[in-house]
Design a protein around this ligand. Structure first.
Ligand code: ATP
Ligand code: MG
Length: 320
């Protein structure tokens, strides 16, 4: 076994290799019949479902092996300012290649729902200005984070969380190729349970759980527990740092997307507090205990955890 990350090693390089998403694949294939008329595309859906992978496959299908030379990949959340985005897109889209096999250039804009509304409005103009020689693929988790005028300029593809059979089947294939010793197909089911249709996370979990040599229920359990635990610790750290929005976003992702139960969240949060330097430890623990009680009472869990993070964030600046 080599050191390569399996998510990279087994990244799909053609639509045929892409697991699940049958309707999406069919629609894309139909659109690609007439490359020149391809509209801008918007991919929306949960993490690890193959949006970025699909965008790269399309780039390959349109531009061939030289796709990298004619594709600009931007991560909207890295390059926050619209000025930077505009400059980079302008510089890139200015070229009008009339080269064999290059009908237009591609801009892949990942996490485009993280752009501000102003940024998106500017983007809309840029798209219009350069659409003769450029196509955009916008990628986001929630299409509701994309302004209406942008949505209406794109063909929208909604990616769903992968279903259990697709995930377990894919894991079984990788296990076979890696010649993994494993304790039967039930382990794949357990990995699916822990990752809820996020194939990236499922593959990562399988790789981590088999690092010791054998893939079995125990190793799956201990690895998935550990990752949830360390993520909660990170979220608590973020909150105590005063970054309420950051903490809240990560918490929602962890509970909604990864399905970590709210009570577990509090249990891990309590453990994490012990390891952190908190100026007002007593107050922090009181806050946790209070929300633990509310959850037992059956209050709306996400709202409660959000309120808890708000209170923890507010501690910042009071103790020091
Ligand atoms: N439908 C799929 N078929 C095959 N492999 C997949 C699929 N979805 C995800 N994967 C695997 O997971 C990895 C991550 O997928 P990808 O980066 O495309 O997810 P994403 O939807 O863009 O997620 P994010 O929203 O977090 O960016 C891929 O490299 C691949 O190994
Ligand atoms: Mg992605």
């Amino acid at each position: 076994m080599d050191d390569l990350m399996w998510v990279e090693k087994y990244r799909p390089s053609s639509l045929a290799e892409l697991v699940d998403h049958e309707t999406i694949k069919r629609r894309l294939q139909a659109l690609l019949q007439k490359k020149e008329q391809l509209p801008h595309l918007l991919f929306a859906g949960p993490p690890g479902s193959g949006k970025t992978a699909t965008a790269v496959i399309i780039a390959r299908l349109i531009l061939g092996e030289q796709w990298r030379d004619y594709t600009l990949s931007l991560n909207a959340s890295d390059e926050r300012g619209i000025d930077v985005v505009r400059e980079r897109i302008k510089t890139f889209a200015r070229y009008t290649d009339r080269r064999e096999g290059v009908p237009y250039r591609l801009v892949i804009l990942d996490e485009s729902d993280e752009m501000t509304a102003d940024g998106q409005t500017a983007l809309r103009r840029i798209m219009e200005e350069y659409s003769a020689h450029t196509r955009f693929i916008l990628i986001c988790n929630y299409s509701s984070g994309i302004i209406e005028p942008l949505q209406s300029r794109c063909a929208i593809f909604r990616f769903q969380r992968l279903d259990e059979a697709s995930v377990t089947g894919h894991l079984a294939q990788i296990a076979k190729k890696e010649r993994l010793k494993h304790a039967g197909d039930a382990v794949f089911g357990a990995i699916y349970e822990a990752t809820q249709g996020d194939l990236r996370q499922a593959i990562n979990l399988m790789q981590a759980a088999s690092a010791s040599g054998e893939l079995d229920m125990d190793s799956v359990k201990s690895v998935s527990g550990a990752t949830a635990k360390s993520r909660v610790a990170e979220i608590i750290g973020t909150a105590l740092d005063g970054d309420f929005e950051g903490a809240r976003t990560k918490m929602v992702e962890l509970t909604r997307v990864y399905g970590v139960p709210e009570r577990d969240f509090l249990k891990y949060a309590n453990e994490a507090l012990g390891a952190l330097k908190v100026p007002d430890m007593a107050r922090a623990i009181t806050i946790l205990a209070e929300y633990d009680y509310r959850l037992v009472q059956g209050s709306q869990p996400e709202l409660q955890l959000t309120a808890m993070l708000a209170q923890l964030s507010a501690l910042k600046g009071k103790g020091d």
